[in-house]
Design a binder for this molecule. Structure first.
Ligand code: ZN
Length: 501
């Protein structure tokens, strides 16, 4: 190995260690940190992140990458080393394009905006948040201009989360999806009472729910020697290395889905992080390929597996053994139907599989209009209501249940929402492939054997980390580019049967 490559790896490992230490502090902040430490913790995080950024954007790093660009052509293009040099060079170029003042200004603005947003949402007062959002949009436009783009401003922001995907591609896939989902939803709405989910809202002891969650993680193949689960207000997964992956969950005594599907969802993220090849540890390749690909893993375990009939045939007897009184009058089919109830609602995070993507399309369309200055900030609530009515047949009674519901814009995240829907689409496309290659997949799930699926995902997706772009990865695994069709087939078949369409 040339000296420069060794030097690059040494530097990247140091940067990775600083970032892992910051992630561990963030994890602690959400789980065990006493509240009195909030101010100091923010300083500690800023110091670590600032150091990592300085090291990464240094002139020395630029010279190393420049020297190494010469040797890339001699390497196997799919080798870890060639990919490491390419991905690092790409990240470096982007990081150097952003003026430090802009980064600082965005951090300061969003930190203030997030606090105002919390009050504005509580009081359902969009006008209070509007000037902050105005400032954020100005800065995001500057950021997109600094990063550069071929076609639309939006592309520069989207690329941060979904490398090399364009808004034109997202738009085309969403159009295809919308054309199928809107009529499906209208047919379901005409028959909403066909599915009843009251059984999920009985009283379920929290400790028993927690234990069942741990048991499921074990069965999914999560390695508790290299990770752990804790509780937090908002469930998340974070990894410091494939050897240390932390997920969190929250449990609601009166709603079974909260803990159960939260655990399956975060468990899917956690398996991805544990499955990345150790050869990539402490490099920029030791992450998911993109947010959309990461979300495909969580959605697969939550929905394709956890909301399947095969899963409930296996899981119902265990659940009933834990809650004999609550579930005395239920069976596997009752639970299968209940967890798949469709109900158009105002709130994205509460949405079911059929309506969820419509919430995302609405945000994607508004974000494009906002960034292109076709929609004024003050006009957002009205535009939001109009789209909600068109797609979901509902008009939110106030902005807390409308344009103020998500924290993303206050954090300066535009171009981020599409990754949730891309995750849903990718999950269906990958699962179709897994079923084709593992003919007894559902028979295994029905007996609680999830290892064949975990191993298939590890081999085809997880171990590569960020070596391949999302488009390359999907093509390698399924032989096709990303499409809406597998997801559409999945929901049409499943919900057609559930709602007697
Ligand atoms: Zn997720």
């Amino acid at each position: 190995m040339p000296d420069q490559l060794q030097e690059l790896k040494t530097r990247l490992a140091q940067i990775s260690d600083l970032r892992s230490a910051a992630s561990l502090l963030s994890w602690d902040q959400e789980t065990y940190m006493p509240p009195g430490s909030a101010q100091v913790r923010a300083e500690q995080l800023a110091t670590l992140e600032g150091l990592a950024h300085q090291l990464f954007t240094s002139d020395e790093m630029g010279r190393l990458l420049e020297d190494l660009s010469g040797i890339v052509a001699d390497l196997d293009p799919d080798s870890d080393d060639a990919r490491l040099i390419r991905v690092t060079a790409r990240d470096y170029t982007k990081a150097r394009k952003l003026p430090p003042q802009l980064v600082t200004e965005l951090a300061r603005t969003t930190s203030a905006a997030a606090q105002v947003w919390a009050t504005a949402r509580r009081e359902a007062n969009f006008a209070m948040f509007a000037p902050h959002l105005e400032k954020i949009v100005d800065l995001l436009i500057q950021k997109a201009e600094a990063l550069g783009y071929d076609d639309r401003l939006y592309d520069a922001l989207l690329d941060e989360y979904e490398p090399e995907m364009t808004s034109a591609q997202v738009e085309a896939i969403f159009a295809e999806l919308k054309a199928e989902i809107v009529p499906l939803l209208q047919a379901i709405v005409a028959n909403l009472d066909a599915v009843d989910d009251a059984v999920l809202h009985r009283e379920f002891d929290e400790k028993k729910q927690w234990e069942l969650g741990l048991e499921l993680l074990q069965l999914m193949g999560f390695d508790f020697e290299r990770g752990r689960q804790d509780k937090s207000a908002h469930p998340f997964t974070t990894a410091f290395s494939p050897t240390d992956v932390r997920l969190t969950t929250r449990i609601d005594r009166h709603f079974l889905s909260q803990g159960l599907f939260g655990t399956l969802h975060e468990g899917g993220h956690a398996l991805y992080d544990q499955g990345i090849s150790l050869a990539l540890d402490r490099t920029p390749l030791c992450e998911g390929a993109s947010l959309g690909i990461h979300e495909s893993q969580s959605r697969m375990w939550e929905n394709l597996v956890g909301r399947s009939r095969a899963f409930w045939r296996f899981f119902f007897p265990r659940l009933q053994a834990a809650f004999p009184d609550q579930l005395a009058d239920a069976d596997a089919e009752t639970l299968y139907r209940a967890v798949n109830k469709v109900k158009p609602s105002f709130i994205r995070v509460e949405a079911d599989e059929v309506t969820y993507n419509l919430h995302i399309m609405l945000r994607f369309e508004l974000e494009n209009d906002i960034l292109e200055r076709r929609l004024k900030i003050t006009e957002i609530p009205e535009a939001w209501r109009a789209k909600m009515e068109a797609y979901l047949g509902l008009v939110p009674p106030d902005d807390a249940q409308g344009a103020l519901q998500d924290i993303h814009w206050a954090w300066g995240l535009m171009g981020y929402f599409p990754t949730y829907s891309l995750g849903n689409l990718v999950s269906a496309q990958l699962y179709e492939q897994a079923r084709a290659e593992l003919p007894d997949l559902e028979a295994r799930i029905e007996v609680g054997d999830f290892v064949p699926l975990r191993d298939w995902l590890r081999e085809r997706v997880h171990r590569h980390g960020r070596k391949f772009t999302p488009a390359e990865l999907i093509e390698r695994v399924t032989g096709r580019s990303l499409a809406a069709a597998p997801f559409v087939r999945y929901v049409q078949q499943k919900y057609g049967e559930l709602y007697h369409l």
